[in-house]
Ligand binder design. Sequence first.
Ligand code: ATP
Ligand code: MG
Length: 396
Amino acid sequence: TEKHWQSAFEIVGRLREAGFEAVIVGGAVRDRLMGLPAHDVDVATAALPEEVKAIFPKTADVGIAHGTVMVLDPAPPVEVTTYRTEGTYTDHRRPDHVEYVTSLKEDLRRRDFTMNAIAIRGDGSLYDPFRGEEDIMRGIIRAVGKPDERFAEDALRMLRAVRFAAKTGFEIESGTKAAISRHAGSIRHVSVERVKMEMDKIWTSGRAGLAVQLMAETGLARHLPLMDRAFSGETLGTWEKFGKPERTVEGWALLCFLAGEPDGNPYKLSNSEKRSVRDILAAFRIGRERPYSRMDAYRLPETALIAGARLANMTGEASVSAEPGAISRLKNSLPISSLKDLAITGNDLIKWCGKKGGPWVKEWLANIEEAVVTGHLDNNREDIKGWFLNGIESEG
Ligand code: ATP
Ligand code: MG
């Protein structure tokens, strides 16, 4: 936000007063040149982390091992990272130690793409040795330096290129793209956590279809779990219609559906994400067969019902309407939203019929719940008592 920019410029000014070179770098600079809002603004400086901490009274050691100190005052917080290169790479993963350098150009050289390797000085002028601004103007994603070397160092960069293509609609420069095809297999060495973070951004980018197409074309998809099955041939058309979902779990749900997997387990989704994927898939399965019933609307969260209907319509086999308004109205028309909202409890049932507690209590609560949700029974104590006693008597 604008506040982050103000904070970052103030920090750059104070570092410079203390005699240290400092600039604003990274995604925020790229987004600004593209006219997009930035969520966080990063500062790079020649000052060492200890020197940064001596200048600013309030800091947090967020990534001190990588030379990053979070400056908390002025607020909002800004990450300040000492100019660095990355040491040696093993196994196509990022190195675990860094080396500080004194030249900004060296720091920019280790960055992935020209559009991410632009600095803004304290006076607002650009320092752009790799001509990132020109690439942004022309809509090109280009590796800094030799693409083969850069992808061999850190294979995740290939997926980042795809993510930036999805976010911006830019083209991946032909030499960079050819190198991705050559190195695609090494994406296997990257941790699933890092892959998941990129995929989350791809799902909500608005151009997931383009990303899937690029991953299939370059061969990246062949080396990633589930995507090897779900990003090919006839499924590309489905992804093309994916649009811009509200939540990342919608992407995981479609991926799981196409790959025949229940909940995204290979990507270490959180428990709540797995729950959401299962709920969306349940809604999707219903939505392909018939419109949602009142019980469906009761059992599943509104977000899952809306996402499930969206997917059903996308795969072209929908019986349910994808109009979110209609789904919200159905959900809002329900007399209760959980068992807690019933006017009675299990203890009431035991008291009324005089039987000892047991599994029957749960069963009858479920009967009452369904009768109330479907509109066959009013949610008040008198009506429920009569309906229950009548029913349990005829049960014998
Ligand atoms: P976003 O808008 O999603 O935050 P970003 O470009 O800021 O995108 P970050 O992951 O926040 O991406 O990284 C900040 C900067 O660090 C990047 O702009 C880039 O200069 C550099 N960077 C990040 N990851 C890598 C990487 N794997 N290899 C090289 N440089 C990287
Ligand atoms: Mg960022």
